[in-house]
Design a binder for this molecule. Structure first.
Ligand code: SF4
Ligand code: SF4
Length: 210
């Protein structure tokens, strides 16, 4: 049994732990290399900033980070506290291939900009998205700013929180986004602290909604 599994046994019931491990494994399976790259960045942040993480090897830390990723709802309040982790790199506005918005956002922004909705957005695979992405048509490469900041869609306001397949708020596993990486590192530290304290804590409940 890995050190991580042994440590977690003291926190969760056998049933919960089986469920949590299976959810974590699903992320590795479904997201493949993208998820591995994301977790590798989280491990780097943990090693650089949290001495208590050093007792674990990389495989253990990967397991703990993936588990931290699937327990507890990721709240806006937590993301607000961690906002300084955003480096302003502009990746989210310039490199995202598909920027999905709500229909209400598409309507509101088109009205505000006095343009036809279809000129700015496209309906694709059952969802509205910004017509021109990568970079986004409203990203100013000279200063890295959004030219419709006050009107930006909901998806941009909540990034790097997104809605996952189980309809809950979850950190988007984007290795290039320091904000997302630090947010999961933070959740992993909470898990490590709970392990150190030897107690199950309220926020650390399976949150897959299944
Ligand atoms: S609308 Fe603004 S915040 Fe959203 S992706 Fe485009 S430039 Fe970025
Ligand atoms: S990709 Fe992440 S770190 Fe970079 S600007 Fe966007 S939110 Fe900030």
């Amino acid at each position: 049994m890995s050190l991580a599994t042994t440590a977690l046994t003291g926190l969760f019931s056998e049933t919960d732990l089986t469920r949590i491990n299976s959810l974590a494994a699903t992320n590795f399976q479904n997201l493949g290399q993208k998820y591995q790259k994301f977790i590798a960045q989280v491990i780097r942040v943990l090693r650089e900033n949290f001495p208590s993480a050093t007792v674990y090897n990389d495989a253990d830390l990967a397991q703990l980070a993936a588990i931290a990723d699937v327990i507890g709802h990721d709240s806006r309040a937590m993301m607000k506290r961690l906002k300084t982790a955003c480096t302003g790199c502009g990746w989210c506005c310039s490199k995202t291939k598909r920027i999905v918005v709500t229909e209400a956002d598409a309507d509101r922004i088109s009205r505000k900009l006095k343009q036809k909705r279809e000129a700015l957005f496209v309906f694709n695979n059952g969802e509205w998205e910004i017509r021109q992405a990568q970079p986004c048509q409203w990203w100013n490469p000279r200063n890295g700013r959004c030219t419709i900041y006050n009107e930006r869609p909901h998806t941009c306001r909540s990034w790097p929180l997104g809605i996952n397949d189980n309809d809950i708020n979850a950190i988007i596993p984007q290795s290039e986004c320091n904000y997302a990486v630090v947010a999961l590192a933070h959740k992993t530290v909470m898990l490590l602290q709970a392990i150190e304290a030897g107690q199950g804590v309220q926020p650390l409940a399976p949150a897959a909604g299944i």
